[in-house]
Design a protein around this ligand. Structure first.
Ligand SMILES: *Cc1c(COP(=O)(O)O)cnc(C)c1O
Length: 366
């Protein structure tokens, strides 16, 4: 049996660091909005090469609060990818704004400036590119559009901690960047957590208020905020994992290269593409084939666990039925929902398992 994912928590070195993190918090006696969060925010901002990081409760809240902090709300249109995890769309809905989906690039599965430009209307207020599966978006041309039209550019980098675009890290590329530290992400906590990075000090200040009841000073509420904080324990765990992020991303890159070699030249199987300006961090290893369901069933029979990211396109979700998008409205998103398959993938996946998975894929398709 080759499982899809392992969080790597049995690594003795990591375990010792996580134990030390917990001990620091226990010794401090301080569990919410304290020194571990401050330290993590400073370390993560430095890692991304950006001025501010504001920890929040999860990735969805990071997106919602960033939109709210930028003043995006009812009546505003926000451009999003048609192919993404539903949270990108849910965030726009929660902020009270309207999603305007655009189809992704056929090779990299992320949106490009041409599609964005065609979707801009006088009501457009923001763009949320998503560096899906760990592959960065071509940001410069989209930023140029954002500048030209006065739009807020919020990257959803929930799947791309540490990825580089033209040498610069996600987190420093847009006006603000939302991260999730859900346990399975490249940088994962041991529970829910997220953050927003930005170079805009005023935006960061509004986010700090929004995450804590709209309050800067205890019992004085300046705006209608929420309770969405990254607690001390998760911040302490994240500090231990951040120190290992580059090594684990390098392991992901090596595994992706191994898969690429082992799966080369299988007819009807499309492997992940890499744009020349991108240094992806392979959150997932996603292949495509028209015979996806049959392939998944055969792999399961061969003891290989796979997942689908994601089986239902956002515009076909019941949650978005009120938007009135019919089947066929975003054909590429629908096609990807029918054809993508994520193979077993995590930083400690043994090379022999990559070979075994590839052999099982070859056998199933051949
Ligand atoms: C995981 C994820 C989110 C949401 O993060 P949570 O921490 O689970 O709320 C948002 N966008 C994308 C692309 C994601 O993969």
């Amino acid at each position: 049996m080759i499982k899809f994912l392992d969080l790597g928590l049995s690594d003795p070195g990591l375990r010792a660091e996580l134990d030390a993190a917990w001990a620091r918090v226990a010794d401090s006696g301080w569990v919410i909005l304290g020194p571990e969060l401050e330290a993590f925010e400073a370390e993560f901002a430095a890692y991304c090469g950006v001025g501010h990081a504001v920890g929040v409760g999860n990735g969805l809240d990071a997106l919602v609060l960033a939109l709210r902090a930028a003043g995006i709300g009812a009546g505003d249109e926000v451009i999003v990818p048609s192919h993404t995890f539903a949270a990108t769309w849910l965030a726009v809905a929660q902020a009270g704004a309207t999603v305007v989906p655009v189809e992704p690039d056929k090779r990299t599965y992320v949106i490009d400036a041409g599609a964005v430009e065609a979707a801009i209307t006088p009501r457009t207020k923001a763009i949320i590119p998503v560096s899906l599966y760990g592959h960065p978006v071509d940001m410069d041309p989209i930023l140029a559009l954002a500048d030209k039209h006065g739009l807020f550019m919020l990257e959803d980098a929930a799947q791309s901690q540490g990825a580089r675009y033209r040498g610069r890290r996600t987190g420093s590329l847009a006006h603000a960047t939302a991260f999730s530290f859900y346990p399975t992400k490249n940088l994962g906590a041991l529970g829910d957590a997220g953050c927003v990075t930005t170079d805009d000090a005023a935006l960061a200040e509004r986010l700090r208020m929004l995450r804590n009841y709209g309050s800067r000073e205890k019992y004085r509420h300046e705006i209608a905020g929420v309770n969405s904080r990254l607690d001390e324990l998760q911040a302490a765990f994240l500090r231990a994992r951040l120190a290992r992020l580059d090594a684990s991303n390098a392991a992901r890159q090596a595994l992706a290269a191994d898969y690429g070699r082992a799966l080369a030249d299988i007819p009807g199987l499309t492997l992940p593409a890499q744009a020349n300006w991108a240094e992806p961090v392979h959150h997932l290893y996603v292949v495509r084939t028209q015979a996806r369901d049959a392939l998944q069933a055969k792999l399961k029979a061969a003891g290989v666990e796979t997942l689908i990211h994601y089986p239902i396109a956002c515009h076909r979700q019941a949650a978005f039925a009120d938007l009135g998008f019919k089947a066929g409205r975003f054909p590429l998103a629908e096609r990807l929902a029918d054809e993508v398959l994520s193979l077993p993938f995590w930083p400690g996946l043994p090379a022999a398992d990559v070979e075994a998975v590839a052999a099982a894929v070859r056998e199933a398709i051949g």
